[in-house]
Design a protein. Structure first.
Length: 456
């Protein structure tokens, strides 16, 4: 893994000036050099922090203010899942097989007993049925021991049973809880309360030391509970050079404003996946490296009858991943077009496939990279989105590594992933009404300024 990762904290700002058109949020970058754990994750936020954040993983943090009075927690934002969960109980929270989760307590934990508005979700709620993935709405209440008569009459009000929620390499165990979510205006003096927000109160996890806020398409996700998901949202991640610059924030927009029609945004249809209906999939048709076309397998263009295939657009995965066979060809074609000396030492240290000693006096010396999606949508990436400077220049050259990886297992699930690193300075529009995703390469800093997210 990289030894110098960019680590981000999202600070949430709401624009209440146009409530009918959408919600504008600002996401502020922070950089940390702590080596993250093996699995890159996600992000969001509502208030300023009093303590520095440690980078236990590479991802985006979102600060939640929950309860009465509000309790502040920092959790990862994840477009690849729905559930929002937070650690419950600082000393009692257990993280199994984590390197050292003591430092993660600066992220905060939730204490239900300290909130006067906190309550357990009930077994017959839609959220409870959803979290237990049950086709029978009576199952959760049956698990609590209610009599059938009371279940049929809708009179079983027992708490929703504990649940488990699984991620790619982790799992959490908790209970569904409801409490007030507080969001803050950009000047911190304007607040908005969201009552009965449903989230997971988690006491035990496996390899998940920090909570997560879900931005998927399901009912439990934060946008769904805010009531904006039927429209869509967009984000435009600032370049890494803005890390640790709190006076400018990445634009994240929810609602009508996010999907307003603009000619410069190219849209490709979302692929429907019955196996993972909350994920955002698109079809990848071809890759262009220095103008040379690299054909991709059919599995990346569509989702098969088993629910496998397609390319996942995921803010929670750091780097773009390709099927292993395609990735091998990708490295071969990219390497054939670069004449700079290889840096085998950095390849060995980082695990990335191609690292080069690029002369500091040379500009634009690396091959261009573009992805073509279904509907003839072409996304050309800035060089900084796929070659990253691993160390400062020694005066003669600077070492840059290719930040694209192969899938560890591409036999099930998505065949590829478009990661957040490759989404810098790209406006990504999730149009959920028309079931399509749009891309527009642009200067995200200028977009941030236009939304009032730059403070001198």
């Amino acid at each position: 893994m990289m030894l110098d990762y960019s680590f981000f904290l999202f600070l949430l700002f709401f624009s209440f000036t146009q409530p009918c058109n959408g919600l504008v949020l600002g996401l502020t970058h922070y950089k940390d050099s702590h080596e993250p754990m093996a699995r890159p994750l996600r992000p969001f936020s509502t208030t300023d922090l009093s303590e520095p954040v440690r980078g236990y993983r590479d991802g985006y943090l979102f600060s939640l203010s929950l309860g009465t009075p509000p309790q502040l927690m920092q959790v990862y934002m994840d477009t690849g899942s729905d559930l929002t969960w937070v650690p419950c109980g600082n000393l009692s929270f257990e993280c199994i097989n984590c390197k050292d989760n003591r430092g993660d307590r600066v992220m905060g934990s939730f204490s239900p007993s300290l909130s006067s508005s906190c309550s357990r979700d009930v077994c017959d709620s839609h959220f409870c049925v959803t979290i237990h993935s049950s086709d029978d709405s009576y199952d959760p209440c049956a698990m609590t021991g209610c009599f059938l008569g009371s279940i049929l009459r809708g009179m079983c009000s027992r708490p929703c049973p504990p649940f488990t929620y699984t991620y790619g390499d982790g799992i959490v165990l908790g209970t569904l809880t409801r409490d007030t979510l507080m969001v803050h205006g950009s000047d911190q003096s304007v607040t908005k309360d969201v009552p009965d927000f449903c989230f997971g109160c988690v006491a035990s996890t496996y390899m998940e030391p920090i909570g997560i806020v879900g931005f998927g398409k399901g009912a439990l996700s934060l946008p769904s509970q805010l009531g904006f998901l039927h429209k869509g949202f967009s984000h435009c991640f600032l370049s890494f050079k803005f890390s640790n610059k709190p006076n400018i924030s990445t634009p994240l927009i929810i609602g009508d404003s996010a999907i307003a029609s603009r000619e410069e945004v190219q849209f490709t249809p979302m692929l429907k996946c019955p196996m993972y209906p909350s994920f955002y999939y698109v079809g990848l048709e071809a890759i262009f490296i220095g103008g040379e076309i690299l054909e991709v397998p059919q599995i990346l263009r569509e989702i098969n009858s088993q629910g496998n295939g397609g390319m996942l657009v995921d803010s929670g995965t750091t780097y773009t991943h390709l099927p292993q066979a395609l990735f091998t060809k990708f490295l071969s074609v990219m390497g054939s077009k670069i004449t700079h000396p290889r840096s085998v030492e950095h390849e060995r240290k980082t695990g990335f496939g191609l690292c080069y000693q690029v002369p500091t006096a040379v500009t634009e010396s690396l091959p261009s990279l573009s992805f073509r999606f279904v509907n003839n949508v072409t996304l050309t990436l800035p060089e900084e989105n796929y070659f990253y400077a691993m160390a400062p220049s020694n005066g003669t050259y600077i070492v840059k590594c290719l930040l694209v990886q192969g899938m560890e297992d591409d036999s099930y699930g998505p065949a590829g992933v478009l990661g957040s690193f490759q989404q810098q300075n790209v406006e990504v529009v999730y149009d959920l009404s028309d079931e399509r995703i749009g891309f527009h390469a642009r200067d995200c800093a200028l977009l941030a300024i236009s939304h009032g997210l730059y403070k001198k």
